[in-house]
Design a protein around this ligand. Structure first.
Ligand code: PAF
Length: 288
């Protein structure tokens, strides 16, 4: 059987074992083909689909991992309620060409013997998501590190909705010296402006409409940037947010590189929000 024929047969396979994944990918490596990687925790939506489509256009083969990573959940209830929708996920990916689904069990990702050494994320772990979800980024770094070692992609794709995660991933990619290009992809939104998220599945219709207030507040911040200093605008935006039905966890304006709090508008900035809509915690951001 020719190598080409083997490759033609592969799209949309589901693989659970890293040995199998690697033997499949080795065919692509032999041909110097580019391997794209989209790590996910499943419950795929249009945002994920956009990542996989982009990866499929830019690489000969795309690995989509589906693994609900327990180490990044600081809240047991959140982990328990995280949607698991494998069949629907496969349906989403079916129409995209050259996709392999990697669906490992926990032992595959976290073997007993490991060479992984964590590193200090500095301020990234002390503000916003880092501050409110202790241990979260440690878990993200660990799982993405291990997935990068298994998949060894040329390019890996992450959404800007999790902006702080994107900055953390870039830092960890550089720290461990992975030869992987990190591609950031813009947030996909519903018509209402609500950012697509797997957690939206847990919202009632009423909550979905309440949740739009996050987007409205981000637009309010962007529109009022010229009139106020960052700290004045944060206060005004918090007061604006209170008109809605959500419970604000944080609203910050930070610089886009190191995520330091902004004193003036001299650096490029981003406004980030986390809020509870009922029991569901949502995050979103907007470059200012
Ligand atoms: O963004 C996510 O879905 C997760 O944090 C990731 C990157 C797949 C790691 O588990």
């Amino acid at each position: 059987m020719s190598l080409y024929y083997v490759i033609e047969m592969l799209p949309n396979q589901i693989i659970q074992k890293k040995e199998v994944l690697n033997s499949v990918l080795s065919n692509y490596r032999l041909l110097n083909n580019s391997i794209g990687f989209v790590p996910t925790m499943g419950a795929l939506h249009e945002g994920h689909k956009a990542l996989v489509n982009k990866a499929s256009n830019e690489n000969e083969i795309v690995v989509v991992s589906i693994f609900v990573n327990p180490t990044q959940f600081n809240n047991k209830e959140d982990l328990e309620h995280y949607p698991r929708t494998l069949n629907a996920d496969i349906e989403v990916l079916k129409s995209i060409k050259n996709v392999i689904v990697y669906f490992p069990i926990e032992k595959e990702i976290y073997p007993e013997i490991t060479s992984f050494k964590s590193f200090n994320l500095g301020v990234l772990d002390k503000i916003m998501e880092g501050k409110h979800r202790p241990g979260h980024f440690e878990g993200v770094v660990h799982v993405v590190h291990n997935l990068f070692e298994i998949v060894k992609p040329n390019k890996a794709y992450f959404g800007q909705k999790d902006y702080q995660q994107l900055v953390v991933i870039k830092k960890m990619n550089a720290h461990y010296g992975f030869p992987i290009e990190i591609i950031s992809c813009e947030t996909i939104r519903e018509k209402s402006g609500l950012a697509m998220s797997s957690r939206n599945m847990r919202l009632t219709e009423q909550e979905k409409s309440d949740a739009i207030f996050i987007w409205k507040t981000l637009l309010f911040v962007k529109e009022n940037k010229i009139n106020y200093s960052p700290s004045e605008l944060i206060d005004l935006a918090k007061a604006f947010f209170e008109k809605g039905n959500l419970i604000l966890e944080y609203l910050e304006i930070v610089d886009i590189e190191g995520l330091e709090l902004l004193k003036d508008w001299n650096s490029k900035s981003i406004c980030c929000i986390a809020a509870y809509c009922g029991k569901v915690r949502l995050i979103d951001n907007l470059l200012l």
